[in-house]
Write a protein that binds this ligand. Structure first.
Ligand SMILES: *Cc1c(COP(=O)(O)O)cnc(C)c1O
Length: 461
């Protein structure tokens, strides 16, 4: 018999988690104003809110923590981190920041001005926030197939070059400071971008002299998908693929809380010295001196090690197999999910799951709240709340997809936890016909409202 797959690690330290009753959860979530971000971790059994900074570090990373160099300037841990990043990406200039959005803040302070237009593949919420905060706009040029969860496409993070071309024709070079390619593309379901598409984006950018910046939080997962799905890459190592991907960009912003497998951190890496030099001023103002930028020496040391681990096939296989294990169970139960499964999360298609809840009542949020009340599993809405209002008209922006993201932290949960999540969703799916109303907003912030929004349940008889 062929032996089944098993993880290439064992568990050395455990952290208790707490179960609760349905009536406790009903009270807690009401008190949290139906915002899952407002819950205490003690009130959550399995936390699939995010894979950001929630991973488990290895013994080698914990060892690196102990030997971190806390020198203000010229830290040895910075050198380790910089050498690792340069050898993985080929970018010679590296600036640490305290997390990914800080990298965006620093780099966009250099590159983005009012009235600019920044095309890309479904920009991440903080990326879009930093663009719109500067009175510029983000244009989503993702291929149409990404918006259809019933359709198979191996690279639903790809950019439609025709859409890029249209934006160029309307706005021209001087209003397009860069193209941002998010690898993997979080907002369409953790979907990868193919090497072929990266090459086409590069060719487009070269034609018009526009820089390409990768929002690279899950670059290693993207490389895994290229290896396993794109013809010609089967025999390449993850590192060879990573190197080839970054050779097609001018720079990157990184949230190290994802494929860096650390709890906090980020960085900018660049090929261009002039942009780096301009960025250092903003880095010093917003983040800290150029050899620590908001990170402790020990955290930079753990990041250097985390990046080494994240770019091994063995790690990526265990990581992505676990996500697929959950996705397959949901698929087998008939639950509508974005397919093929993404790298870091399973995205449940709430429009198809809860067809009787009106669009204006936040379908995906309604499903995420049901899941919490049913089981203590905390997921996150990727839908209308997240999409925010149009900065001009102040109307809700209704995205093509209304999704609940089940985000899997790295090396944290077991298959039993995945079984529990699948069973909870199945229970709701079986009674989906009875769910016909959602929520209305009582309070919202002017930008990135989903973090602090307050809701109230709509009851219709
Ligand atoms: C998480 C993330 C960010 C922002 O990074 P933080 O570390 O959360 O500030 C930006 N882009 C993508 C694609 C991300 O996943």
């Amino acid at each position: 018999m062929k032996l089944p797959y098993a993880e290439p690690y064992k568990i050395k330290m455990i952290e208790p988690i707490f179960s609760s009753s349905r009536s406790e959860r009903e009270q807690w979530i009401k008190k949290a104003r139906y915002n899952l971000f407002n819950l205490k971790s003690r009130q959550v059994f399995i936390d699939l809110l995010t894979d950001s900074g929630t991973g488990a570090m290895s013994q080698e990373q914990w060892s690196a923590i102990m030997s971190g160099d806390e020198s203000y300037a010229g830290s040895r841990s910075f050198d380790q981190m910089q050498e690792t990043i340069t050898s993985l990406t080929g970018f010679p200039y590296v600036l640490p920041t305290h997390q990914g959005r800080a990298a965006e803040n620093v780099l966009f302070s250099v590159l983005v001005k009012e009235g600019d237009v920044i095309p890309g593949n479904a920009h991440f919420d903080t990326t879009k926030g930093h663009i719109e905060f500067r009175k510029a706009s983000a244009f989503d040029c993702t291929i149409d197939a990404a918006g259809d969860t019933t359709r198979y496409h191996p690279f639903k993070g790809n950019i439609d070059i025709g859409k890029l071309e249209n934006i160029y024709q309307v706005f021209g070079k001087h209003r397009i400071p860069m193209i941002i390619v998010t690898i993997t593309c979080n907002s369409t379901g953790g979907q990868p971008v193919s090497m072929q598409n990266l090459r086409e984006i590069r060719a487009f950018a070269d034609r018009y002299g526009i820089p390409v910046i990768f929002d690279a939080a899950r670059f290693a997962e993207n490389a895994y998908f290229i290896k396993t799905r794109e013809k010609g890459y089967e025999d390449h190592t993850i590192r060879e693929i990573v190197r080839e991907m970054f050779a097609l960009a001018d720079g990157m912003t990184m949230s190290s809380k994802k494929d860096g497998i650390v709890n906090m951190g980020g960085f900018i890496a660049l090929r261009n010295k002039a942009i780096y030099q301009e960025s250092t001023t903003f880095n010093i103002m917003f983040e800290g001196y150029i050899t620590y930028g908001g990170m402790s020496g020990r955290d930079m040391a753990a990041l250097a090690q985390g990046l080494e681990e994240a770019t091994t096939f063995e790690y990526l296989e265990s990581r992505i197999r676990q996500v697929q294990y959950l996705g397959q169970q949901l698929h087998d139960k008939g639950i509508p999910v974005q397919e093929p499964f993404g790298g870091h999360a399973i995205f449940v298609d709430a429009n198809r799951f809860l067809p009787h809840v009106p669009r204006a009542e936040y379908i995906a949020q309604t499903l995420a709240l049901e899941l919490y009340i049913e089981s203590g599993v905390r997921a996150v809405e990727i839908g209308t709340l997240l999409a925010d209002r149009d900065p001009e008209t102040r109307e809700n922006r209704y995205p093509r997809l209304e999704m609940v993201r089940l985000t899997i932290p790295r090396r944290v949960y077991t298959s039993n936890h995945m079984d529990y999540v699948a069973a909870a969703l199945q229970n709701i799916y079986l009674r989906r016909e009875t769910i016909t109303s959602g929520y209305r907003i009582r309070y919202e912030a002017p930008i990135m409202r989903h973090f602090t929004v307050e809701l109230e349940k709509i009851s219709r008889r």
